[in-house]
Design a protein around this ligand. Structure first.
Ligand SMILES: Cc1cc2nc3c(=O)[nH]c(=O)nc-3n(C[C@H](O)[C@H](O)[C@H](O)COP(=O)(O)OP(=O)(O)OC[C@H]3O[C@@H](n4cnc5c(N)ncnc54)[C@H](O)[C@@H]3O)c2cc1C
Length: 459
């Protein structure tokens, strides 16, 4: 029997589809890689189904690519033609919200926004948040250790996960659904599944830590002269606002002007500036807004801030975020592009942005190099398009230049999106040979036949 026949016999046609029956959406993720039809698509309804499927795939040494919301940008969930795609889309329930313990337990295929809403309904907050919130799943954010807009205040996904249930390559169910904030008994096994992009096991359930929902907030849109002033503002805002500073998002005009025009959004300030910053503040005291105003007034007096506006209501707040959150419009506004998700130490960030944009322009004079990012987290998103190259972008050369400079600046080739397939050749720029060998030794111990996401991340 073929692997598809065995899967069908064990799980039935409701769960297993093959060939032309595999829906288009399961043939590609957001990486832009060409669509691939896997041998079979498995859509389990329970952890037992996942276990049965993995047992068969392990016995037949069949590659398995786990899929969540398919919003990953690096090809991690992109299917393999000779492999099985395992989608968690039907395991999407919020199981419980425990207000006293401040935890949320859900199945891994639960969409992030659904989990956020379930927490909000109980007056709590799931503080993992990113632009793809309506599409990405809890399993996906765990497996990529996703970041987003609130990392400065609340940390990466890793900081929110208390426990997981996962299925290992041979079908073993690992029940590690810890709900305690403190649990010092032995190895913290959940860490093996966080940020490892589906290479170590399939996450089927997770326990997230919840936060109290800030009762007061304020959002400001600020113009500063240059990158040095932007970094001075970050340092000052951190000192003045402490944990009330939730987001510090930055857009250089290279990004802001094109995307603002592309979505037809109004400019909230009266003039043009060298760098634009969104500051979001939150807390439990009505003085939060006043503190943000005072911080910006002090920064203006010190010559750091040129102009600023603070949203007066929720509608204005969303309008201040509109350009920053317009990145899903890239295909329409920019066309084919080469995106980056690099990290650069903040003391070298200003120089790095200027050098990167100048080097790209010098090599491809008509290039658009758009810079923006989660600057409070040292995370720069750079997007490059060479209009004269049309569909045949010089992607390889652009990557060689950007990743080479990232290495020179002691940065990381992936701050939050992961490695997938598209950054495998530069993984050694950010991790030593010894670190990579240790990761592969742990992987070999758990998945000796190498069936889980082969050729992805460090696997
Ligand atoms: C518009 C947009 C904005 C974005 N903004 C951000 C951002 O601000 N910050 C950020 O970090 N990312 C961002 N991303 C990237 C993406 O949303 C995240 O990587 C997200 O975590 C992926 O979740 P997913 O469910 O879509 O995972 P998928 O794309 O389906 O999978 C991603 C990886 O996780 C693995 N995986 C998925 N589910 C499981 C599971 N249950 N068990 C084991 N492995 C699994 C897959 O095999 C793959 O390697 C953005 C993407 C888009 C399209």
């Amino acid at each position: 029997m073929s692997v598809t026949e065995r899967l069908l016999a064990a799980l039935g046609p409701d769960i297993v589809s093959a060939g032309g029956d595999v829906p288009e959406r399961n043939r590609a993720d957001w990486s832009g890689l060409p669509a691939v039809t896997p041998l079979a698509l498995v859509r389990p309804r329970s952890t037992a189904d996942v276990s049965a499927a993995l047992r068969i795939c392990n016995e037949t040494a069949t590659p398995v690519v786990t899929q969540g919301g398919l919003s990953g940008l690096c090809g991690g969930a992109h299917p393999i033609a000779q492999g099985v795609a395992l989608s968690l889309e039907r395991m999407n329930r919020v199981i419980s919200v425990d207000v006293a313990q401040a935890t949320l337990t859900a199945e891994a295929g639960c969409v992030l926004q659904v989990a956020q809403q379930a927490a909000a309904d109980q007056g709590m907050m799931l503080a993992v948040d990113l632009g793809a919130r309506g599409t990405c799943t809890l399993g996906g954010v765990i497996s990529t250790n996703a970041g987003g807009n609130q990392v400065l205040r609340y940390g990466m996904t890793r900081d929110h996960v208390l426990g997981v249930e996962a299925v290992l390559a041979d079908g073993t169910i690992l029940p590690a659904l810890n709900r305690l904030l403190k649990n010092n008994v032995g190895l913290d096994l959940k860490q093996m599944f966080i940020g490892t992009e589906g290479t170590m096991g399939v996450v089927t359930q997770a326990v997230f830590r919840l936060q109290p929902r800030p009762s007061h907030g304020a959002t400001a849109f600020v113009g500063v002269a240059d990158s040095a002033a932007m970094l001075a503002l970050l340092a000052q805002a951190r000192k003045a606002m402490g944990p009330a500073l939730i987001s510090f998002e930055v857009m250089w005009p290279s990004f802001y002007d094109i995307m603002r025009e592309g979505i037809g959004a109004p400019h909230p300030l009266s003039g043009q500036h060298g760098v634009y910053v969104i500051l979001e503040a939150g807390g439990f005291d009505p003085s939060v807004r006043e503190r943000l105003e005072t911080t910006l007034a002090d920064a203006m007096e010190a010559g750091i801030v040129e102009d600023a506006v603070i949203a007066g209501n929720l509608r204005e707040e969303r309008a201040l975020w509109a350009v920053r959150e317009s990145v899903s419009e890239y295909p329409r506004i920019i066309g084919k592009l080469t995106p980056f998700d690099i990290g650069i130490p903040l003391d070298r960030m200003a120089e790095a942005v200027a050098t990167l944009e100048a080097a790209i322009k010098a090599r491809w004079p008509d290039a658009q190099a758009l810079s923006y990012g989660h600057m409070g987290d040292s995370n720069l998103h750079l997007v490059v398009n060479v209009p004269s190259a049309g569909a045949d972008q010089p992607t390889k050369d652009i990557k060689a230049m950007v990743y080479g400079l990232t290495r020179d600046y002691a940065g990381t080739v992936s701050a939050e999106h992961g490695i997938g397939t598209i950054k495998r050749d530069v993984i050694g720029y950010s991790r030593s040979a010894e670190e990579l060998a240790t990761m592969r030794a742990v992987k070999a111990a758990l998945d000796p036949r190498g069936i889980l996401n082969p050729g992805k991340a460090f696997a």
